[in-house]
Design a protein. Sequence first.
Length: 208
Amino acid sequence: MPVASDDLEFWERKLELDIAADITVRETEREAIVRARVGQGLFKERVSKIETRCRLTGVENPVHLVASHCKPWRDSTNQERLDGENGLLLTPSIDHLFDRGFIGFENNGLLIISPVAHRPSLQRMGVDTERVVNVGGFCAGQRNFLDFHRNSVFLESLRKRRRRLAQFWIKLASEQLIHRSHGFCRADLIRPRNPALTCRQRPAPSST
């Protein structure tokens, strides 16, 4: 089933509250991590040292930009949540499309649009859907985080997503068989400790 926006908001809010209550993290760092969730504060400052404008709309005024995580805040470590290379400066509407996986970027800067995205809506939000768009290359750190975005956030067709999931489970089953043949199983190492913190290989929702 698709992960609804309300569900993502719920889990992110829960994580935010957990961080705010974590006394093992310095108060100033806790505040920076929480503010990073909405693309502001220290995270935005660090992204601004790499990015100067929204790559799709060309907006440069920082008042109208948010720092958007390539590897989502909900899936990142505290260090990744504040890593400037894990972000792009985007207008709020483009941030929404990127965060929900309706658009993404190849490492060479090529814009990719999800096959389930409602193109007329994207066009109205400032995304040129009629031609090939290249927003320019990314640094090495950005490329690593964008790879995560393409594999775990970008919404593919349901058929392609199912094929990717099937390949994953076949590989997982093979690894478990190998380890069992040696007298032990590593399932505990593979099983996620907290389902809320894992990236979801989800089928794409319909966009209207």
